[in-house]
Design a protein around this ligand. Structure first.
Ligand code: NAD
Length: 497
C-alpha cells in the first residue's frame, strides 16, 4: 500500500496495520533519464569485466542476500503483509534464481562454434550472445523479490546494467536489493533503483533503455508496449493469469486437495500463477470438494497472529474486484461452500470456495487475485482441457492424475507457459525452466537458458578458413561450378527414400 506525502515523496504502508514502512522519492522524468544515462556507462564497464568476474560478483551478491535473509524478509513482510515464513520462502526462491543465472550465463551465452553446413564447410561459424546494454525492470508487489529477480539476475548475468522500478507498494525491497548489490559492486552504478508510481515506470520506458522487463497487469503491459513502440525498444511482458487445476478420476484426492488449496490461497491468492479455477471429473467431484472444503475451513487470513495462513490483500483496490467476483458468481447462480461475500473483512479476505459458477461469470473469466477458487464438475478430461483453455490468459496450469501418460498428454494440450503434474506451481522453484505466458499472460521468458537469452542479442561471426573449391559467391564463378553445385544438392537432398 502506498500514499503520496509532501511534494516529491511517498510512503509505503503496511497494508495490515497502516503503519509507515518507509518514505521514498517520487523520481521524475529528468532523474530517471539521468539514471539510465549513468547506467549506460556502467553497462559498458560491467560487460567489460567478463564472464568470470561477473559470476564472482553475482555469487557474492547471492551471499549478501543469504546473510541478510532475515532483514529482507522483514521488509517484504511489512510491505506486503504476508506471513514472515512466506517472505522467507520467497526470498529463498530469489536466491535460487540468482545462483542459477550466475553459474549458467557463460555456458549459455558464451562463444561457441556451430556446424557451418556442407555449402560453407570452408567457414568457421561462431555464435555468441552479447549484452543489450541497460535493462529497465518494472516490478509488481505480490512477490517483490522473487518476481523481479527473474529479470534482474538474468539481465545482470548476461552482462547488462539494470535500472529497477519496484512497485509503489513495495519500494523498500527494491532499495535494499540495490544497497546490497552496491556492497559487492561498489565501482559503478550497475544496479540502480528508481522509485515512484506509474509515471516513474513510464519515464523508464522512454529513457533510452535497451529493453524493458515488465511484470504486472495486462492493461499496464499494453501501455508499456505502446510507449516502447516509439523507439522500437523490445519488451518482455509477464502478466496475469487465470490458472486451471485439473483433477482426473484416478488422482490422489487428498494430495490434490492440499496442493490446490496451497495454489489457490497462499499469499492470499495474490499469485500470478495461483490456482483460480478447479475442474474435477464428475466421478470424484463430491469427494474432492469435501476434502478441499474441509481444509479451506481451517485457513484464516490475518497478520502476525497465531495460526494465520495468509496475510491481507496488499493493494486496497483489489478488494473491490475480489468482492465483485464473489457477488457476481452468487448472483449468477453459483454457491459458496466455504465463506461468501462476508469473507471480505477489509483488508483481509478469508477463504472462499465457489461451485456451480457459470462459465461467463467474472470469477471464471477474470483474474481475481484473492483467496477464492471456483470448483467445476466436468464429464471428462477432454472437457476439463477445453474449459481450462477457454480463456485469453495462458500462464500456468496443474493436472493431478496417477497416470504419467495421461498427465503428459493433458499437460501438452493445456495452452499455458508452464504445467505442473501432481504438485501446483512446482516449476517456480526450478530455475533451469523458462517462465512466462501466452496470450494475455504476456510473452517472452524469464528463468532458464531462454531467460538468459531474453536479455542478450545473438551475434553471428564467420571466419573463412580456406578458399572454397566452388567459387560460388563471386562474379568469377563458372557454369561448371554451378553444375557441380546442382550435383551436390541432388546428392545431398534429392535422393528418393
Ligand atoms: P500493475 O500493472 O498495476 O503495476 C506493475 C508495475 O508497473 C508497477 O511498478 C507500476 O508502478 C508500473 N506502472 C504502472 N503504470 C505504468 C506505466 N504507464 N508505464 C510503466 N510502468 C507502469 O501490476 P501490479 O498490480 O503491481 O501487479 C499485479 C499483476 O501482476 C497481476 O496481474 C499479476 O498476475 C501480475 N504478475 C505477473 C507475474 C508473472 O511473472 N507473470 C508475476 C507477478 C505478478
Amino acid at each position: 500500500m502506498s500514499v503520496t506525502t509532501e511534494a516529491g515523496t511517498f510512503e509505503s504502508l503496511n497494508p495490515a496495520t497502516g503503519a509507515v514502512v518507509g518514505t521514498h522519492p517520487i523520481h521524475d522524468e529528468k532523474t530517471v533519464f539521468e539514471t539510465v544515462e549513468r547506467a549506460q556507462a556502467a553497462a559498458r564497464w560491467w560487460a567489460g569485466l567478463g564472464w568470470k568476474e561477473r559470476k564472482n560478483r553475482l555469487l557474492r551478491f547471492k551471499g549478501a542476500l543469504a546473510r541478510n535473509l532475515n532483514r529482507i524478509s522483514q521488509v517484504i513482510h511489512e510491505e506486503t503483509g504476508k506471513p514472515i515464513g512466506d517472505a522467507v520462502f520467497e526470498a529463498v526462491g530469489a536466491i535460487n534464481l540468482l545462483d542459477w543465472a550466475a553459474k549458467n550465463a557463460q555456458k549459455t551465452l558464451g562463444p561457441r562454434s556451430v556446424f557451418p553446413g556442407a555449402l560453407s564447410i570452408n567457414q568457421k561459424a561462431i555464435l555468441e550472445y552479447h549484452p543489450l546494454g541497460v535493462v529497465g525492470v518494472i516490478g509488481p508487489w505480490n512477490y517483490p523479490i522473487y518476481t523481479p529477480m527473474g529479470s534482474l539476475a538474468f539481465s545482470l548475468a548476461a552482462g547488462n546494467a539494470v535500472v529497477f522500478k519496484p512497485s509503489e507498494h513495495t519500494p523498500g525491497v527494491g532499495v535494499l536489493l540495490a544497497e546490497l548489490f552496491a556492497e559487492v559492486v561498489p565501482e559503478r552504478p550497475v544496479f540502480q533503483v528508481v522509485t515512484g508510481f506509474g509515471a516513474t515506470g513510464g519515464a523508464l520506458t522512454r529513457a533510452g533503455v535497451n529493453k524493458i522487463a515488465f511484470t504486472g497487469s495486462g492493461p499496464t503491459a499494453k501501455k508499456v508496449m505502446a510507449a516502447c513502440a516509439e523507439t522500437l525498444t523490445p519488451i518482455v511482458a509477464e502478466c496475469g493469469g487465470k490458472d486451471a487445476f485439473i483433477i482426473a478420476a484416478d488422482a490422489d484426492l487428498e494430495e490434490a486437495a492440499k496442493s490446490a488449496l496451497w495454489g489457490a490461497m497462499s499469499n492470499a491468492g495474490q499469485t500470478c500463477v495461483g490456482v483460480e479455477r478447479i475442474y474435477v471429473v464428475e466421478s470424484v467431484y463430491e469427494e474432492f470438494l469435501g476434502k478441499l472444503s474441509a481444509r479451506a475451513e481451517q485457513l484464516k487470513a490475518g497478520y502476525e497472529t497465531d495460526g494465520t495462513s495468509f496475510g491481507p490483500i496488499t493493494m486496497p483496490g483489489q478488494l473491490d474486484i475480489i468482492e465483485r467476483h464473489i457477488t457476481d458468481a452468487l448472483a449468477a447462480g453459483g454457491r459458496a461452500v466455504v465463506g461468501g461475500a462476508e469473507s471480505v473483512r477489509r483488508p483481509f479476505v478469508d477463504p472462499v470456495v465457489l461451485v456451480d459458477v457459470p462459465d461467463t461469470a467474472s470469477a471464471i473469466c477474470e483474474e481475481t487475485f484473492g483467496p477464492t477458487v471456483t470448483v467445476t464438475k466436468v464429464k471428462s478430461l477432454d472437457e476439463a482441457v477445453a474449459k481450462a483453455n477457454a480463456t485469453e490468459y495462458g500462464l500456468a496450469s496443474t493436472v493431478f492424475t496417477s497416470s504419467s501418460k495421461t498427465a503428459l498428454d493433458v499437460a501438452r494440450r493445456l495452452r499455458s507457459g508452464m504445467t505442473s503434474i501432481n504438485a501446483a506451481i512446482a516449476f517456480a522453484l526450478i530455475p533451469a525452466l523458462p517462465f512466462g505466458g501466452v496470450g494475455e499472460s504476456g510473452f517472452g521468458r524469464i528463468h532458464g537458458a531462454d531467460g538468459l537469452r531474453e536479455f542478450a542479442r545473438p551475434k553471428a561471426i564467420t571466419r573463412q578458413r580456406f578458399k572454397s573449391a566452388l567459387d560460388t559467391t563471386t562474379f568469377t564463378r563458372t557454369q561448371k561450378e554451378i553444375d557441380q553445385i546442382i550435383k551436390l544438392m541432388q546428392f545431398l537432398h534429392g535422393r528418393k527414400k
